[in-house]
Design a protein around this ligand. Structure first.
Ligand code: MV4
Length: 450
């Protein structure tokens, strides 16, 4: 087992990882920026090292600073959490060169999945369903026009180095393709240092459904069912749930078989998430893979009873999946998560400052992952997520009732939060009926403001 782990993150996920380490007898080292001196991840780690000024590029994203801290503290593992350095293959390589175990997949696999079109072709080769589209990246505008004609409009142009919605353009006709192609490519070149594009058939009203996977270092892969993540605004998820109302046991089984074969072939290791779009006919198509633990992992933990962060630590210590998971994974009940953000619930402007009152709901089937507390401070430099409220019920209806009760008891004063927005979504009949897709929030907000 790993002896001592450095947590290269902040906020709720840093505390989440520290808690898993503590429960497994692994020593912990927090790193923090000057803005996070009084944070709970610092307080609850066995050791803490300041790695620089508040701005992420000066601290949490500063690879030499993080690696120096790992060397000073003499750790044998680094957990990157999500965001920050978690999907940085170069960082994973530096860890390897420093003889520190990066708790995640090998850098080669992270690099493959980061090149979205390469990942797509790898999935295609392993018979994972993908959307019709270009074979590899587009050489130029002429080739884009040829593929679009073959695939049929509308199509979507995506950046090979992109992800998360940046560098994408929807193209509805040949006339508008040239301008959109050049705009997207220029945007991608500026944002990612790579302007290469690929193309897919565009799905108008997709659902976003993702499968959790775990893979050990001995070639064994398991899938832990799916999460439904369609309730999002500008690619920021607001609510996630598991299981999805639209995935049938047969589809779940097929995806499980295909992903196990495919990810073994690729040499995947540790926790990961495979993202799919579901079209209006209920078909699932691979879009990308995230090579990290995700924000919404707790909904999967609730329905499977598996601690995914502990599983990550065990896998990184060389443990076999057969010693981590039960012989047959069962799915129990329904779980829903609300991402509580420090922001204005109508304008979505960030709300930094001091929290003056903080009451966290509890009770049967209610979990709150947070590193915040009364008198705590939300700095302006980072992601606005301050807490995750997760509930588990026997049915979706019970989970919804529990979430409404818990939201009404979640008190945060001194800053603005998204809690009122979550309450409004839970009151929406279409949401309650499970009648939604990735365009839900756009319609919901337009209706509310009119
Ligand atoms: C798409 C799509 C429709 N058709 N691809 C957005 C983020 C990136 N991960 C993939 N995205 C999309 N890809 C095809 N072929 C629609 C989206 C999309 C989306 C996907 C998931 C969740 C929210 C979304 C919001 C807008 C667009």
């Amino acid at each position: 087992m790993l002896r001592k782990v450095l947590v290269a993150n902040r906020g709720e996920i840093a505390l989440r990882v520290i808690n898993a380490c503590k429960e497994m007898g692994v020593r912990t080292v927090a790193v923090y920026s000057e803005a996070d001196r009084n944070s709970l991840h610092v307080r609850f780690a066995d050791e803490a090292i300041c790695i620089g000024p508040p701005r992420p590029t000066d601290s949490y994203l500063n690879v030499p600073a993080v690696i120096s801290a790992a060397e000073i503290a003499d750790v044998d593992g680094i957990h990157p959490g999500y965001g920050l350095l978690s999907e940085n293959a170069n960082f994973a390589e530096v860890c390897r060169a420093s003889n520190v175990k990066f708790i995640g997949p090998p850098p080669e696999v992270t690099r493959l999945m980061g090149e979205k079109e390469k990942a797509r072709q790898a999935m295609k080769k392993a018979k994972v369903p993908i959307l019709p589209g270009s074979d590899g990246v587009l050489a130029n505008e002429e080739e884009a026009l040829e593929w679009a004609k073959k695939v049929g409009y509308p199509v979507i142009l995506k950046a090979k180095a992109g992800g998360g919605g940046r560098g994408m353009r929807i193209v509805r006709s040949a006339e508008e393709l040239p301008n959109l192609y050049h705009a997207a490519s220029t945007e991608a070149a500026n944002a990612f240092g790579n302007g290469e594009m690929y193309m897919e058939k565009f799905i108008e009203r997709p659902r976003h459904i993702e499968f959790q996977v775990l893979a050990d270092e001995h070639g064994n892969v398991a899938t832990l069912f799916e999460r439904e993540c369609s309730i999002q605004r500008r690619h920021q998820k607001l609510i996630e749930e598991a299981p999805s109302l639209k995935v049938t046991p047969k589809m779940r089984d097929e995806i499980d078989k295909t992903l196990r074969r495919c990810l073994t072939e690729i040499g995947y290791q540790n926790a990961g998430t495979v993202e799919f779009l579901m079209d209006e006919d209920g078909q699932l198509y691979f879009i990308e893979m995230n090579t990290r633990i995700q924000v919404e992992h707790p909904v999967t933990e609730f329905i499977t009873g598996i601690d995914l962060v502990k599983a990550q630590l065990l896998i990184a210590s060389g443990e076999k999946l057969s010693n981590i998971l039960p012989a047959k994974l069962e799915m129990r009940g329904h779980a829903i998560e609300c991402r509580i953000n420090a922001e204005n619930p109508v304008k979505f402007t960030p709300s930094a400052g001091k929290i003056t009152a903080f009451n966290v709901p509890g009770g049967n089937g209610v979990r709150v992952d947070t590193a915040q507390y009364a008198e705590g401070v939300v700095p302006p430099y980072y992601d606005s997520l301050i807490a995750k409220l997760i509930v588990h019920g026997a049915t979706r209806a019970e989970a919804i009732a529990k979430m409404e009760r818990a939201l009404s008891q979640f008190v945060v004063q001194g800053i603005e939060t998204s809690i009122p927005l979550h309450q409004a979504i839970f009151a929406d009949e279409r949401f309650r009926a499970g009648d939604f897709d990735t365009k839900f929030m756009e319609r919901f907000l337009a209706e509310r403001s009119s």
